[in-house]
Design a protein around this ligand. Structure first.
Ligand code: ZN
Length: 88
């Protein structure tokens, strides 16, 4: 899932409000946030896991050293939950 310009702008503003500090590893760069939402699934020994929770994440990479962190796309309001509290 690619983020629209509006979604991306809102998400970057939220991240900068919460974590707008230099990179925690090198202390020099800042986080460059991606526009693509990835999903993490339970490990299934090389097979695609169709069971268990899905965690939608957005990676951000330090512009100086490449340190990469993942933000939860639900917490950032990019991916909604359904009435059962599941990723829809
Ligand atoms: Zn860094």
């Amino acid at each position: 899932m690619y983020l629209s310009d509006e979604q991306w702008d809102e998400m970057v503003e939220r991240i900068n409000r919460r974590a707008g500090k230099p990179c925690p590893l090198c202390g020099e760069g800042h986080l460059a946030v991606g526009r693509l939402v990835f999903e993490m699934r339970p490990f299934a020994f090389g097979s695609a896991s169709l069971e268990g929770p899905i965690l939608p994440v957005i990676p951000a990479e330090c512009t100086s050293c490449g340190y990469t962190v993942l933000f939860n796309a639900v917490s950032l309001g990019v991916v909604p939950l359904d009435e059962d509290g599941e990723v829809s």
